[in-house]
Design a protein around this ligand. Structure first.
Ligand SMILES: [Zn+2]
Length: 285
């Protein structure tokens, strides 16, 4: 069960981070944080609930919102006098604040998800220093769902209007989730600037404002469905992210309000992706 709340707080990425590397984030600035608290437990056969939701809301209000809302995290919360208040570190700290009082409600705290913005959020499930960081970005591309070896009639039968010969476009929203150790000095699971650069270089720059079937060699023969695009992105990003000392956990590609695809990178490793144009990923039956 997950409850959602929010607080507004100021912070600056200090004292350990350099202006050179983190730019304006070293200056005090604010965010409207959104917090999701997930608990797990047995469903009570009498109430049909795993926890008294009002009591859970009160705990989160008393132990987190009351402390963080309209504060400057660096100045007002002693823990962050020497600890950089990154989204990862704040999530971990909130987990520490909530674990015991939530235990007392008879359920287990399963995850803290903290959104700094719609573009950046952290998940902390409570395992030592291991956490998740997600970023959201977007690109606009045209595509056509049609396998080149099949007739228009067959492609239309499989893909419907998406097989129309001149293609159509989407504003794709891409979410990339990284798993790693929260670095005790930087407070981050990955160098965020470097991660953004990798996503720009490997995905946004080659994909944005293109016709995927024609402009991205991989999709000359591989049908650019949301699944295949997400799989390609997952397999393309895995190594460069590993070189930054973290692990790609998940790629989520939202193609339209009606459909989205999630690829868990560990699973996608076993799916053969060959960039040779003669090896389509999608099996046509
Ligand atoms: Zn489409």
């Amino acid at each position: 069960m997950t409850i959602r709340t929010h607080f507004s707080a100021a912070h600056r990425l200090a004292p350990n981070l350099s202006v050179d590397k983190y730019g304006r984030c070293t200056q005090t600035h604010g965010h409207n944080y959104h917090l999701e608290v997930t608990v797990e437990g047995e469903i009570d056969s009498r109430t049909g609930m795993i926890v008294d939701v009002a009591a859970l809301n009160r705990v989160v209000e008393d132990y987190v919102v009351r402390i963080f809302d309209h504060s400057c995290v660096n100045e007002d919360i002693p823990y962050f006098a020497d600890i950089v208040p990154t989204t990862e570190n704040i999530s971990r700290y909130i987990h520490g604040l909530l674990e015991s009082p939530i235990d007392e409600l008879g359920v287990k705290l399963a995850n803290i998800k903290l959104f700094e913005s719609h573009q950046l959020w952290a998940d902390y499930p409570g395992k030592d220093r291991s956490g998740y960081l997600s970023i959201s970005t977007h690109f606009s591309s045209a595509h056509r769902l049609a396998h080149p070896d099949l007739s228009l009639a067959k492609n239309t039968e499989i893909y419907g209007k998406c097989a129309r010969v001149n293609g159509h476009g989407h504003n794709y929203q891409l979410e990339v989730t990284i798993k790693g150790e929260i670095d005790s000095s930087t407070g981050m699971v990955i160098d965020l600037g470097a991660l953004n650069q990798i996503i720009t270089d490997y995905v946004i720059e080659p994909f944005d404002h293109t016709f995927l079937n024609k402009d991205v060699a991989f999709f000359n023969q591989v049908v650019p469905t949301a699944e295949n695009i997400a799989l390609y992105i997952s397999n393309t990003l895995r190594s460069p992210i590993q070189e930054l000392g973290a692990t790609l956990y998940k790629v989520k590609l939202v193609e339209s309000p009606n459909n989205a695809c999630e690829i868990y990178a560990a699973d996608s490793e076993s799916i053969s992706v060959n960039t040779a144009v003669s090896q389509p990923v999608l099996a046509i039956v």
